[in-house]
Design a protein around this ligand. Sequence first.
Ligand code: ADP
Ligand code: AMP
Length: 253
Amino acid sequence: MHIIFVGPPGAGKGTQSARLSRLLGLPHIAAGDLLRAVRAQDTPLGHTAKQYMDAGQLVPDDVTIQIIEQRLAQPDAKDGAILDGFPRTLTQAKALDESFARHNSSSHGNEIVLYLKASRGVVLERMKGRWICQQCGSVYHIPNVAPTEAGQCDVCGAPLFQRSDETPEIQAKRYEVYEHDTLPIVDYYRQHGTLMEINGEQDVENVTRDILAAIDARKAALIALEPRVSGGIEGLTSKPTWRGRGDQSRPIW
Ligand code: ADP
Ligand code: AMP
């Protein structure tokens, strides 16, 4: 299954993607991380990416789509992936649909889009306090998700840093770009019936709980749509095993 996160910058997409990746065993594909790797290169493409990213703008669709398609074609993403920060435009959303239809016909139509909702005030405050590990990419927030030792990653001990596009002006620009370019894809996915809304203003644990419930609900809906066949559920990329007891049980894919 492909899990697609949509939401404003700073809503918690990266934080939740990393948790889901550990829980569900799916690769976490962060468009921003892939583009930062491109931007670090001293090449014409790297210079183009830098120009847009430093201004808080979206990198042009053709560049971003190509990078994501290449990553999705890797063997570890064969049965699904968690997409964090892609798509961010209608053109990207349509390209992703076409890509699923072309390369991944068995899971096409089985995706879930998680719309992580948080207000402008909340996301600006979250971006302001965001600190990232230089080495393993773990994300912190001071004071909301603080590391045990100040300035040091709990996971690997490396120093924490703040992103260069984390100035108040660029953050405000990124939010503006989100409203103008990315919000239209919410309606697009709503019309496709794949959208689930999540209240991203809760604490990290409760957001994860709601996301897992939304994924379960989507899978139940997909199962209900499937023709009954003996021996399994046709058309789904993988079959669930059930974990937990009684009312607490849920399928793990
Ligand atoms: P995005 O990937 O959507 O830009 P991040 O996952 O990087 O957002 O989160 C932005 C900041 O907010 C980070 O500093 C992160 O630690 C913090 N954060 C994420 N989720 C929550 C939450 N539910 N409550 C409080 N802070 C959060
Ligand atoms: P993020 O790490 O998700 O906050 O993204 C950081 C920056 O990378 C954004 O402000 C954009 O400049 C660029 N970026 C990330 N995802 C995309 C995308 N899907 N399309 C275009 N640009 C993107």
